[in-house]
Design a protein around this ligand. Structure first.
Ligand SMILES: Cc1cc2nc3c(=O)[nH]c(=O)nc-3n(C[C@H](O)[C@H](O)[C@H](O)COP(=O)(O)OP(=O)(O)OC[C@H]3O[C@@H](n4cnc5c(N)ncnc54)[C@H](O)[C@@H]3O)c2cc1C
Length: 344
């Protein structure tokens, strides 16, 4: 008889992040097992109003903690709020989105509750002995985990479950108060990283990968770094795509070669980079070697543009390989996007 708690926080605008609505779908599935119950809990700025939107989610209770202490992300207050909500729900399993805010505190919350935690969960199976799956060893091994210890905290990766669609009547929300935590950290504001991160959009439908070819000598014997920057940034802006990179391209900065100025190691996809979960991917000027392509594991539709017909993408790693000059292709694609936006 599991008491499932869906736990999340609000974002800066007081809304529930998409990753939270995805984790809610996973929690609902877990609570669909016979005898299981579902409680939903939200903390953060505007948590009461955000929790009220969960009225149609089928939770027996909806809890919220807001107020000055949890308005901003901070370890001490977030950990205190999450612990209080899990205790109020008497949760045996806590399902929460793997956001950076929760990833920072939930291991401590698990310790305070005397429970166990598993992170980067990619699927949860309901049943008499619920199971969670996650990938290990750089996405090479998929493990199925079961635990006897309770409470069991599961941080669900973004992009692995469909987002729950809010609907139905606003529900009653129980306010849960939190004993004031001792705080030393005062949050004075937020600053967005200057490079790289602003081009990383986890919710984008398309991953656009740039490889080292963009900064290599082209047919005319010259490097066209500025053209590459204009084409790539223009495409990202028009298509709303997220930017990924090969390792070779982001490593070039340290080696004194031509670089794309908006690219950082945060963009790197692959064995020693990230494993994003966009539905579609377009690789350009990237050879498609295995240490890179392993990062595409969860990208379902893959296309690549490369001058080399025997590059790695041609060997079963892409659905479509366009053997073409990526400069020419992206210039044409950008022109089509401009025309489309103008309604032509
Ligand atoms: C332990 C280990 C871990 C690694 N981890 C990673 C990782 O996490 N991520 C990663 O990416 N790599 C990783 N690598 C490196 C990886 O093996 C490759 O070296 C790297 O991915 C190559 O990058 P690239 O394809 O951009 O560059 P290159 O191999 O230089 O390929 C450039 C490509 O651009 C094409 N090209 C050039 N001009 C054009 C044009 N005008 N139009 C179209 N195509 C053009 C060329 O045909 C070529 O295929 C790792 C390697 C090791 C050993």
């Amino acid at each position: 008889m599991e008491k499932v708690l869906f736990l999340c926080h609000t974002d800066a605008s007081g809304a529930l992040p998409r990753a939270a609505l995805e984790a809610l779908s996973a929690a609902k599935e877990l609570a669909s097992a016979p005898g299981a119950t579902l409680t939903a809990a939200v903390f953060g700025a505007g948590a009461g109003a955000a929790a009220a939107t969960l009225g149609g989610a089928g939770a027996a209770r909806v809890l919220a903690t807001d107020g000055n202490d949890v308005e901003v992300p901070r370890f001490a207050t977030d950990a205190a709020a999450a612990t209080a909500l899990a205790r109020a729900a008497e949760a045996t399993i806590v399902v929460a989105p793997h956001t950076s805010r929760l990833a920072r505190v939930m291991a401590a919350v698990s310790l305070r509750l005397g429970g166990k935690i598993d992170t980067h969960v990619t699927a949860i199976r309901p049943g008499a002995a619920p199971a969670a799956t996650r990938w290990l060893y750089r996405q090479r091994i998929e493990a199925t985990l079961r635990r006897a210890e309770r409470p069991w905290i599961l941080l669900v990766d973004p992009g692995v479950a469909p987002a729950w669609q809010p609907g139905g009547e606003a529900g009653a929300v129980e306010a849960i108060s939190v004993t004031a935590a001792a705080t030393r950290t005062r949050v004075v504001g937020e600053r967005t990283p200057g490079s790289g991160a602003s081009t990383i959009r986890p919710d984008a439908k398309l991953l656009f990968v740039a490889g080292a070819g963009w900064t290599k000598k082209q047919a005319d014997g010259k490097i066209h770094g500025e053209d590459a920057e204009t084409l790539i940034l223009g495409f990202l802006e028009r298509a709303g795509a997220s930017l990924g990179s090969s390792k070779s391209l982001v490593d070039q900065a340290g080696e004194g070669h031509a670089v794309l100025r908006f690219m950082s190691h945060l963009n790197q996809v692959g064995q020693t980079g990230s494993t994003p979960r966009h539905p579609k991917g377009l690789s350009t000027c990237c050879h498609g070697e295995e240490p890179h392509v392993v990062g595409w594991r969860f990208v379902r539709e893959r296309r690549a543009v490369n001058l080399d017909p025997s590059c790695g993408w041609a060997r079963g790693k892409a659905d479509v390989l366009y053997v073409a000059d990526a400069f020419a292709v992206m210039e044409r694609v950008n022109a089509l996007l401009v025309a489309k936006a103008a309604g032509k």
